[in-house]
Design a binder for this molecule. Structure first.
Ligand SMILES: [Fe+2]
Length: 207
């Protein structure tokens, strides 16, 4: 058994037999290759949409995707770091919202791929694209945590309505539907649930 020399002159990790045939069950590890599609480019698919239409939808959806990924992770940060008398209730609520945002991330990313684009995926790329204010690495008080979440929701809602309207005008019904039926509706509901926790109302004695 020996290693096969690759076309680049380096030794690949493919194990071969004495007659230079790769072992069928041996994994080929340590591979790198060329990029087959650069970020920002669009592959033409038979969707019936013009390339200019899909290109704009992909760009808009990637913005919503970056912001949704940041909001999703902000929910998990606060799920872990929440404190005080309402800890248990908020701990559960914030995780439920995280799960729903994670579903949105998948829907948005797969729409981008379905349009022939490339969805943002990794944290360092997301942090370069998001418009949501960077939260500190440390732990904050509950009202601040909730305020950050609401501000992120509002940013996503504003841009999603704007992008949905524009998608409708250029004839991209699928993108319009995703933004309105999933992103806007979900974010509006979560805004309500979080906002009610910032109403200063007495628990036992009326004021
Ligand atoms: Fe958890």
């Amino acid at each position: 058994m020996r290693l096969a020399a690759s076309m680049y002159g380096t030794m690949a990790h493919t194990k071969v037999t004495s007659d230079n045939k790769p072992l069928k069950a041996a994994p080929v590890l340590g591979q790198r290759g060329k990029i087959i599609q650069e970020f920002g480019t669009v592959v033409k698919l038979p969707s019936g949409l013009e390339e200019g239409v899909t290109r704009q939808s992909i760009e808009d959806l990637n913005q919503v995707l970056a912001d949704t990924m940041m909001l999703r992770d902000l929910y998990k940060k606060h799920h872990w770091q929440v404190s005080g008398p309402t800890f248990y209730q908020l701990h559960l609520l914030l995780d439920a919202h995280y799960e729903k945002q994670a579903e949105l991330v998948d829907l948005i990313a797969e729409r981008i791929q379905a349009l022939g684009g490339i969805a943002l995926a990794l944290p360092h790329d997301v942090s370069e694209h998001t418009r949501i204010e960077r939260a500190p690495i440390g732990r904050e008080e509950v009202p601040v945590q909730l305020s950050r979440l609401l501000e992120a929701h509002e940013l996503i809602l504003k841009e999603s309505r704007e992008y949905a309207h524009a998608a409708d005008e250029r004839g991209d019904d699928g993108t319009n539907d995703l933004l309105v039926s999933e992103v806007v509706r979900t974010n509006e509901l979560q805004v309500w649930f979080v906002s009610e926790h910032l109403v200063d109302t007495p628990v036992v004695n009326a004021k």
